[in-house]
Write a protein that binds this ligand. Structure first.
Ligand code: HEC
Length: 171
């Protein structure tokens, strides 16, 4: 019994010390630390744990796989359609609420513009449009560009030339 009391007292003492220790929350500010922050910056060149390190192409493939187009459409609808509109004419929902309207993808200048121009606009932003580099990884940028090319084609192709199978598809 006495031993138990002693152990209890010792444990209580420990608890007290721990509770009074100075500590820093993971992302709190900490004057005097590097960058005055409790969290250290990752060393330069650090790669995220699940990063995809496969080389990214620097052009569209000659034959665009259907999966790439589908991925492009999905990403386009998330990141671009709010301003550029689902058809690419620049009349998206954000624009209708007052954001400056972007040019239509169906303008001759953007039909002629090289694929790389679209890639650079997504990466660096353009005028009032901000950069999507942190939200759209390189492979997705190409997928989106493939889909924008499809959108452009869709507005310029006479119905008679559209492939019958595609025209009768679910969408
Ligand atoms: C918040 C609204 C907004 C979103 C979202 C947006 N854009 Fe834009 N984009 C604009 C505006 C506005 C311009 C015109 C900018 C200017 O001329 O100052 C523009 C211009 C462009 C241009 C034309 C550049 C040129 O040569 O005239 C391209 C290409 C483009 N955007 C692609 C994209 C793609 C691809 C995405 C999706 C990854 C995207 N934008 C998302 C607003 C947006």
């Amino acid at each position: 019994m006495r031993r138990a009391v002693l152990i209890l007292m010792l444990l209580a003492g420990c608890k007290q010390d721990m509770a009074q220790m100075p500590r820093l929350d993971p992302v709190s500010s900490a004057l005097g630390f590097p960058h005055d922050a409790a969290a250290l910056l990752p060393p330069e060149g650090t790669v995220a744990r699940h990063a995809d390190l496969s080389p990214v192409p620097d052009a569209l493939p000659d034959q665009i796989p259907l999966a790439m187009l589908e991925r492009g459409r999905e990403r386009y609808d998330v990141f671009c359609a709010p301003c550029h509109s689902p058809t690419g004419d620049g009349d998206g929902m954000i624009v209708r609420r007052g954001f400056p309207p972007p040019p239509s993808y169906h303008d001759p200048g953007l039909i002629r513009a090289p694929d790389r121009h679209f890639y650079d606009v997504i990466t660096n932003g353009y005028g009032v449009m901000f950069s999507y580099a942190s939200r759209v990884p390189p492979a997705d940028r190409w997928a989106i560009i493939a889909y924008i090319r499809a959108l452009q084609l869709s507005q310029r192709t006479p119905v008679a030339l559209a492939d019958a199978g595609l025209a009768e598809g679910e969408e």
